[in-house]
Write a protein that binds this ligand. Structure first.
Ligand code: GLA
Length: 376
């Protein structure tokens, strides 16, 4: 059992006075390339990070109870209350909506995914809940369907209109690999992400800017993409070609140009990874960032500063990751040069009067898993 799974099991024991029956955990994610393409029916290439949220469950008696070891609080099934509990509630709700029988249960959660950083702690708690409830109630739902249920929980219960990327990554990624997802057909395949062979590490900078504008900014972008697709007479921008872009203008042109070029970059990035061509992969990352900054307009001065500083310090590639408007950026750095980049970046942030950033190095990790061997 992973340490975080043991913590959830211990929390269950302490809170509910008995052994949990099952434990599962699921990771946060970062997206290597393919941003704002998922809700346009396009391609994404995320990988799971080695930070997880674990859920321990057992029988509930008359009433479902949810306990968070991190917040040290218990919540009931009740109504939505905009707390962490809305995610597991939403998953149980979505399972019910899909016709699955869910009885009362008890669950304890513990996690180490950084919160509110754009690393998908919400997908992690959804995926851990979904996998553990599926096993506990013997529902036999496959992983891709579990991911769709989790997205439904997030969209229709929690009320955040995200695409499918985060839930797919958390449920389907494999260790040492990225996951290419076709967000229209929902087919996914692992692509080896052999950073060691390239002598590289994956550095993440959390700009500590909470994605305050994210909801409106995100929904605006989605709406513009839908208008652009309608104007081109295609179902989604996934179907648009570069040649057709000339039929658009203004904001619709800029947003659509990002989506069309980004989809092409994802497919090229997959080829580059397969060839272990990290120079090409890095170039595509920089191009993705420029497109998100100039055409999609979701970058911030902090994210741009990190990307510029990373480039000056020898990063093969760097870009914002996730929705933008704050949150995190990533860089592919030659191994051993992370500390230097972090120093330089801290100085650059201080000079510009930005919040002090946080840095992480993540290893591409396994997706959601049931833990075996529950013990003291
Ligand atoms: C957020 C959403 C994802 C995706 C990204 C942008 O992370 O949750 O579904 O749309 O933004 O690529």
């Amino acid at each position: 059992m992973r340490e975080i799974e043991q913590r959830a099991a211990r929390a269950y024991r302490e809170k509910f006075g008995e052994e949990p029956e099952l434990v599962a955990s699921a990771p946060g994610r970062l997206n290597l390339i393919g941003e704002h393409t998922d809700y346009n029916g396009g391609f994404v290439l995320p990988c799971a990070i080695d930070r997880r949220i674990a859920a321990a469950v057992g029988k509930g008696g008359f009433e479902t109870r949810l306990y968070s070891a991190d917040f040290d609080e218990t919540r009931r099934m009740d109504d939505r209350d905009s707390s962490w509990a809305d995610y597991p509630r939403g998953v149980a709700w979505a399972m019910g909506e899909a016709g699955h029988e869910i009885e009362a249960f008890r669950a304890a959660f513990a996690g180490d995914v950084p919160l509110r950083s754009g690393l998908s702690s919400s997908a992690a708690i959804e995926a851990a809940t979904a996998l553990v409830l599926d096993a506990f109630f013997g529902l036999g739902i496959g992983r891709t369907d579990l991911a769709v249920l989790c997205q439904r929980a997030e969209n229709d219960y929690v009320g955040v209109g995200t695409g499918i990327m985060d839930q797919y990554a958390s449920l389907l990624c494999e260790a040492g690999a990225a996951l290419l997802v076709d967000c229209r057909s929902l087919e996914a395949q692992s692509v080896p992400l052999d950073l060691e062979a390239g002598g590289l590490s994956l550095v993440v900078c959390d700009t500590r800017v909470e994605r305050g504008l994210a909801d409106t900014g995100y929904n605006d972008r989605r709406a513009t993409c839908e208008r652009a697709a309608a104007r081109l007479g295609v179902e989604a921008l996934r179907d648009a070609t570069e040649g057709e872009l000339k039929l658009l203008s203004g904001e619709e042109l800029k947003r659509a140009r990002h989506v069309v070029t980004e989809n092409a970059r994802v497919l090229k990035a997959v080829e580059a990874l397969r060839d272990r061509d990290f120079d090409e992969f890095g170039r595509l990352m920089y191009a993705s960032h420029a497109s998100l900054r100039d055409d999609y307009e979701v970058s911030t001065p902090e994210l741009d500063t990190f990307v510029e500083t990373a480039e000056e310090h020898g990063a093969r590639g760097a870009r914002l990751t996730g929705a933008g408007f704050g949150g995190c950026a990533i860089a592919l750095m030659p191994e051993g040069e992370t500390a230097e980049l972090a120093d330089a970046c801290e100085q650059a942030f201080a000079r510009r009067g930005f919040e002090e950033p946080a840095f992480y190095e993540f290893v591409p990790a396994a997706g959601a898993e049931l833990a075996t061997g529950i013990e003291e």
